[in-house]
Design a binder for this molecule. Structure first.
Ligand code: CMC
Length: 432
């Protein structure tokens, strides 16, 4: 018999042995599916702090050591040696592409950069100054009406429906176009068509920066840096937005509706929206004359809901390896592109003070991926409202790969958590 945990219900004396399941790495889990049937009990786990809701082969986080792996490869190695599109291929297929497959995949992505002309009308319906995240999530949801056949996706050619790999390419290649159009509309700028002669990441910078006549100055180092940022964001276990994608997937809704839900979930400041907030906070600290202590004290004050943005993580109880890679990238870039040294100094100082402060040490609050990304994105001349869309672009492949994994797990059922009801009971409507 395998390992198990015995739960005894003190009320009835009934007991149940629940099996312990071991993955290939990480904390084992207790399989509680018989708990309700045997003991008439559910579990309560606010924010899923102790709950695994699926099996996955995609990414693995060792929060104690501060490590992240995609398909078994360490993130720092991947970020240094592989392009974002090769990482997409890895996440979707399980292996890095050989040279021929890499070129083919790149070409397949390029030919799908373009949007249906009528989709452009959607942008006009949004007020100028709309946040690009609002337009982006709507644009991706709208894609579902252009590719209705993707609702009945199947990876088995014989079933006569669409191949999931094409769906994945469509999402990966069109999201940057929708993101760039969202930004340009929010600034009242004319939309710039994608350029299929340019690699994925260069094309995104081009669509953001180009004049209507096609002029845009883009340096190789900018492309390489943004490509690394996309790679560092590509997948990250069962975070809030991925969970949203899987939840929508479990209902059988259109895959693009699931990705749109993921974009909505990512927007929040506790999740991907933090990158925008970090930069605002660094600027605020800089404008205050670098009064870092004031901000640290506020973050520590239990009566103040202020948080140091870019610090802390549900899973990492050590330095986020993505933040480590970004810090190294930033150090490399310092002499090559125009980094805001004032903000950089504030960030270094803030990190130094926070990491030696008992409050942060006891709670294991380290810089996360959002802490340094904003400074690099600013140096790449990415507008602040596009920071979270950049996160979306990088994460899009992770969402699709997770969607696909979810869809193909025969044990998956509709996501339907329970609740502990604490409302009023048995009320009667009084007759007048
Ligand atoms: N500044 C000050 N205190 C903090 C912070 C912070 N950034 N993060 C957590 N704490 C404190 C929190 O007040 C609590 O203290 P106490 O035990 O005294 O009540 C303790 O640390 C545990 O916090 P929690 O809110 O229970 O932790 P969580 O796992 O629910 O939240 C988090 C994780 C990322 C939402 C949170 O750390 C946070 O709000 N950070 C700032 C926002 C941020 O940077 N988000 C980006 C996350 S990484 C990118 C991504 O994957 O989305």
């Amino acid at each position: 018999m395998g390992n198990s945990v015995t739960i005894i219900d003190n009320r009835s004396g009934k007991k149940i042995d629940l099996p312990i399941l071991e993955g290939n790495r990480g904390t084992p889990v207790i399989d509680i599916k018989d708990l309700n049937k045997e003991l008439g009990l559910f579990t309560f786990d606010n924010g899923f702090s102790s709950t695994a809701h699926c099996k996955s082969e995609l990414s693995f986080i060792d929060g104690e050591k501060g490590e992240l792996f995609y398909r078994g490869y360490r993130i720092a190695d991947i970020a240094e040696k592989k392009s974002y599109l090769d990482v997409c291929y890895l996440l979707l297929t399980g292996e890095f592409p050989n040279e021929k497959n890499s070129l083919e995949f790149d070409m397949l992505i390029r030919k799908r950069y373009f949007l249906h002309e009528t989709l452009k009308e959607l942008f006009r319906a949004f007020p100028e100054n709309s946040h690009p995240m609002a337009t982006l999530s709507s644009g991706v949801a709208a894609l579902s009406s252009f590719y209705r056949e993707h609702l009945d996706l199947c990876d088995n050619k014989k079933c006569g429906t669409f191949d999931y790999f094409i769906m994945a390419q469509r999402i990966i290649s069109k999201i940057p176009t929708i993101a760039a159009y969202s930004y340009r509309h929010s600034k009242g700028l004319s939309l710039v068509y994608p350029d299929a002669n340019r690699y994925f990441t260069e094309n995104f910078l081009y669509m953001l920066r180009a004049y209507p006549n096609g002029d845009a100055e883009i340096k190789d180092i900018e492309v390489k840096s943004l490509d690394t940022i996309f790679t560092l964001h590509a997948d990250h276990g069962q975070n809030a937005s991925t969970t949203a994608v899987r939840t929508v997937c479990s209902t059988g809704a259109h895959p693009y509706a699931a990705i749109s839900a993921g974009i909505g979930a990512l927007w929040g400041r506790a999740h991907g929206g933090a990158n925008e907030q970090v930069l605002n906070q660094l600027r605020e600290i800089s404008d205050s004359g670098n009064d870092i202590k004031k901000f640290i004290d506020r973050a520590k004050d239990p009566n103040d809901d202020f948080r140091l943005m870019g610090f802390g993580h549900r899973v990492y109880k050590n330095y986020d390896p993505r933040a480590k890679s970004l810090k190294e990238l930033q150090d490399k870039l310092k002499n090559e592109i125009n980094i805001d040294n004032k903000l950089l100094e504030v960030a270094y100082r803030l990190e130094e003070i926070a990491l030696s402060d008992d409050y942060f040490i006891e709670r294991k609050l380290y810089p996360n991926v959002d802490f340094y990304s904003g400074i690099i994105l600013t140096a790449l001349k990415i507008p602040i409202s596009m920071f979270t869309p950049v996160f979306v672009i990088g994460r899009s492949v992770g969402w699709i790969a997770q969607w696909f994994e979810h869809r193909h797990d025969p044990s998956m059922r509709i996501a339907r958590p329970r609740q502990l009801y604490i409302g009023k009971v048995d009320r009667k409507i009084e007759d007048n």
